[in-house]
Design a binder for this molecule. Structure first.
Ligand SMILES: Cc1ncc(COP(=O)(O)O)c(C=O)c1O
Length: 377
C-alpha cells in the first residue's frame, strides 16, 4: 500500500480564509436554505437586478445600525462578493486608459480585477495613518483628469492591518472633491475589530456627498461560499447607474434570502460578536508568540482587528529566503511582495491568524521567527 502523501506544511499562516468550521452558522444557514428552497421562495432568477428587496432591506438596516449614515435599500446593489462589487464599480466609473490608484501594498487579487477594466493602475504607498496623501497628490498632478478612482481598504487593511486615521479619511474625501475622482472603500474588515471599532467609513466624511462608494462582503463574517456582497452607492440615482454594469444579472436569490433572514432574525450581530472574539483570541495568541520569538530588528505592529499581521525585515534580508527555510520546516506565510504594484522590495511577510488554532499559530510563529534568524546567518 502506498503511504498517504504527507503535506509538509503543518502551519498555514499564508491563506487569508475564514475559519469556517468555527465560524459558519451551519444549522441556521442550512435551515434557512431548506425553507427557501422547499417553499419555492428562492428558486427562481432574482429578477430584480439590484438583488431581492427583502435582503436589501435587511442589509440597509444593518448598515444604518452600524455606521453613522442611514442606508436606503435602493442605494444597495447586491453582488457576488466584494470583488465583483469592485469590478462593477470600476467598469462603471472608468473608461479604458483612465487611471485607478490603489494603496501600495493592497489586496493582491484586487489588482487583477481592476486591470480587467483596461485601466492603468498606479499606487500610493501606505503610511501608518493610511494612504499616503502627498504621494496621491503627486499622482493627481501627474495624471490629471485621467485619475478617476481610488480603491482603498481604510479599516484593517489587507495586508498591513493598518486603520486609516479619521484625518486621513477626511482629507482623502476632500481631495476626491477637489480633483473629481471617486473613492471606492472596501469595508470587508470594518466590523472585525477586537476591542473598539475603527473610525467611521470614509463616506461619513463626505458631507457634500457624491464621491464615496462603499463595498462590503459577508465572506469574512459569515461564509465565503455565499458569494454575497454589496455596493452601497452614494445615492439611488448612482445605484441605478451602477446596476447597468452588472455582468452576472442579479445576485443569487437563495444566498441573498439566506443572509436577509439571518440578519432579519437578529443573528448577524451575535455572529459578528462571535467572529470578533474568535479571531481576537487567535490574534492575541499570534501576537504573544511573535513578541516572544521575533528578533527585535523585525518591525511590526499588533493589529486591532482584521485577519493579518505584517512584518518588515531589515533591508539586507529577503522574505523569499525566509520562506524557503520556513516552508521546509513546515510553516507557510505570504511574502508581502505579491501585494505591491510592480513587485517592490522583498522585505515583507503577511501572516494570517484566522485559519490555525492558537497552539498551531504559536508553533508556526516560532518556526517563522527562527527562519528569519537563520536567513540572516
Ligand atoms: C480587502 C478585501 N476585499 C475583498 C475580499 C474578498 O471579498 P469577497 O469574497 O466578498 O469577494 C478580501 C478577501 O481576501 C479582502 O481582503
Amino acid at each position: 500500500m502506498t503511504p498517504p502523501k504527507s503535506n509538509p506544511i503543518q502551519y498555514d499562516l499564508k491563506t487569508g480564509y475564514p475559519d469556517t468550521a468555527a465560524l459558519v452558522p451551519h444549522e441556521k444557514l442550512a435551515a434557512s436554505a431548506q425553507q427557501l428552497i422547499l417553499s419555492d421562495a428562492a428558486t427562481q432568477y432574482a429578477g430584480d437586478l439590484f438583488g431581492p428587496i427583502s435582503a436589501r432591506e435587511q442589509i440597509a438596516q444593518f448598515l444604518t445600525n452600524n455606521t453613522t449614515q442611514a442606508a436606503q435599500p435602493d442605494q444597495l446593489v447586491l453582488t457576488a462578493g466584494a470583488i465583483a462589487a469592485t469590478d462593477i464599480v470600476c467598469r462603471a466609473v472608468t473608461q479604458p486608459g483612465d487611471v485607478v490608484v490603489v494603496e501600495n501594498p493592497t489586496f493582491f487579487y484586487m489588482m487583477n480585477i481592476l486591470r480587467m477594466s483596461h485601466i492603468t493602475l498606479a499606487a500610493a504607498p501606505m503610511t501608518p495613518q493610511g494612504i499616503d496623501l502627498d504621494a496621491l497628490a503627486e499622482l493627481v498632478a501627474q495624471y490629471g483628469p485621467r485619475l478617476k478612482m481610488v480603491y482603498t481598504i481604510p479599516s484593517y487593511h489587507n495586508p498591513t492591518g493598518i486603520n486609516a486615521t479619521p484625518e486621513n479619511r477626511r482629507r482623502l474625501v476632500e481631495m476626491a472633491h477637489e480633483h473629481d475622482f471617486k473613492i471606492v472603500e472596501d469595508t470587508t474588515y470594518q466590523w472585525l475589530y477586537f476591542d473598539s471599532p475603527p473610525p467611521p467609513l470614509c463616506r461619513h466624511y463626505d458631507q457634500q456627498g457624491g464621491v464615496v462608494i462603499s463595498i462590503g462582503s459577508f465572506s469574512k463574517t459569515i461564509m465565503p461560499s455565499l458569494r454575497l456582497g454589496w455596493i452601497w452607492a452614494d445615492s439611488i440615482e448612482q445605484a441605478r447607474q451602477l446596476v447597468a454594469f452588472k455582468g452576472d444579472a442579479a445576485a443569487s436569490a437563495l444566498t441573498a434570502g439566506m443572509v436577509g433572514s439571518f440578519i432579519g432574525q437578529g443573528y448577524y450581530e451575535a455572529q459578528l460578536e462571535h467572529a470578533r472574539s474568535h479571531y481576537g483570541e487567535r490574534c492575541a495568541a499570534l501576537v504573544t508568540a511573535l513578541h516572544e520569538t521575533l528578533p527585535e530588528w523585525v518591525e511590526w505592529q499588533a493589529p486591532e482587528g482584521g485577519y493579518f499581521v505584517w512584518l518588515t525585515l531589515p533591508e539586507d534580508l529577503q522574505a523569499e529566503t525566509v520562506l524557503r527555510i520556513s516552508q521546509a520546516r513546515g510553516a507557510d506565510f505570504m511574502p508581502g511582495r505579491a501585494s505591491f504594484l510592480n513587485g517592490a522590495e522583498d522585505r515583507y511577510l503577511r501572516l494570517c491568524f484566522t485559519v490555525m488554532e492558537p497552539e498551531h499559530l504559536r508553533a508556526g510563529a516560532a518556526i517563522i521567527a527562527d527562519s528569519i534568524r537563520a536567513a540572516r546567518g
